[in-house]
Design a protein. Structure first.
Length: 305
């Protein structure tokens, strides 16, 4: 297949490029800069210039493809301003609508990206692939709402829900917790820190995106989860050792000053299951666990991202 990939130069996208090309697919990667275009060519991908703010570039990229994986998400745009997170989620909704426009009426697959937290039906119980709440308080729901909207117009849409995706340099939301710990000179958790975050290694996640694309089963949701839940306290303790800073417990009221925009997630208990994903796709994650990667981190690189 010729696969149009947004986010192709990012952390997860770069791994997807390798996963797809190694499996014999041809990647058409979205690039917004000359540097990104050079990186894509070096990785063996074709280049499609554009960005999420230009819907026509998304439509034209999708129109040239046999399938689309949309994993771009503008994390850098919101910094410490939680209100900006809402805007970024709305940008993602518009991007999915544009991609869907180009695929309407065909069976060409569109694999979009969401978060495992969208599947938490009961507090404390693992999120599942079968659940989605249209009234979920997390603005990230906009991606799945948009996916459902384009599916109603005849687009073959499936969803990959991400946990904390990691290697020894990046770890999803934990990357921002590391930056906060470096800046505040303390690694923190809220309350007893028993709330849990699911995780998966970036290469396992890239493999799941490929399987979802090749399966192209309309309406499917997949949880890219290797570990159902790692306690935030354990994560904070590893960060403390790595940065050589104290580990502290904060109240919910203190969390905003320490974490900034991340405070809205820092206290969430977000375990997630991938039982249905493994059954449907035969996905078997084999990469290192989250704590193992944190313990092997290149701390100098992590705090300069």
């Amino acid at each position: 297949m010729r696969v149009f990939l947004t986010g192709a130069t990012g952390f997860i996208g770069s791994a997807i490029v390798s996963e797809l090309t190694n499996a014999g697919h041809r990647v058409l990667g979205l690039a917004r800069s000359d540097e990104g275009a050079r990186a894509l060519r070096a990785a063996g991908a074709d280049v499609h210039r554009g960005n999420l703010e230009e819907p026509e570039t998304l439509r034209s990229g999708a129109a040239k493809s046999d399938g689309v994986i949309h994993c771009a998400f503008d994390h850098s745009a919101y910094g410490n301003d939680s209100s900006k997170f809402v805007e970024v989620c709305e940008k993602d909704r518009r991007a999915i609508e544009a991609l869907g426009d180009a695929l309407r009426g065909s069976d060409r697959p569109l694999v979009i990206t969401s978060a495992t937290g969208m599947g938490n039906a009961v507090p404390g119980q693992p999120a599942t692939e079968s659940y989605f709440d249209l009234n979920h308080p997390n603005p990230r729901k906009a991606s799945e709402v948009a996916g459902a909207s384009v599916a109603e117009r005849g687009v073959n849409v499936s969803v990959v829900r991400l946990p904390q995706v990691h290697d020894t340099v990046k770890q999803g939301l934990i990357t921002y917790a590391i930056q906060a710990a470096h800046e505040k000179r303390a690694s923190a958790y809220i309350g007893e820190g028993l709330n849990r975050w699911p995780a998966a290694h970036v290469l396992d996640v890239a493999h799941l995106y490929r399987l979802a694309l090749e399966k192209h089963e309309a309406g499917s949701r997949y949880n890219a989860v290797a570990e159902e839940g790692v306690s935030v306290r354990e994560i904070a303790e590893v960060i403390g050792r790595g940065l050589n800073v104290p580990v502290v417990s904060l109240s919910q009221e203190q969390a905003q000053a320490h974490f900034g925009w991340l405070a809205m997630f820092a206290g969430f208990d977000m375990p997630a299951s991938s039982a249905l994903t493994r059954q449907r796709l035969g996905w078997r994650p084999t990469g290192p666990g989250l704590i193992a990667d944190l313990e092997q981190m290149r701390w100098g690189e992590a705090i300069t991202q």
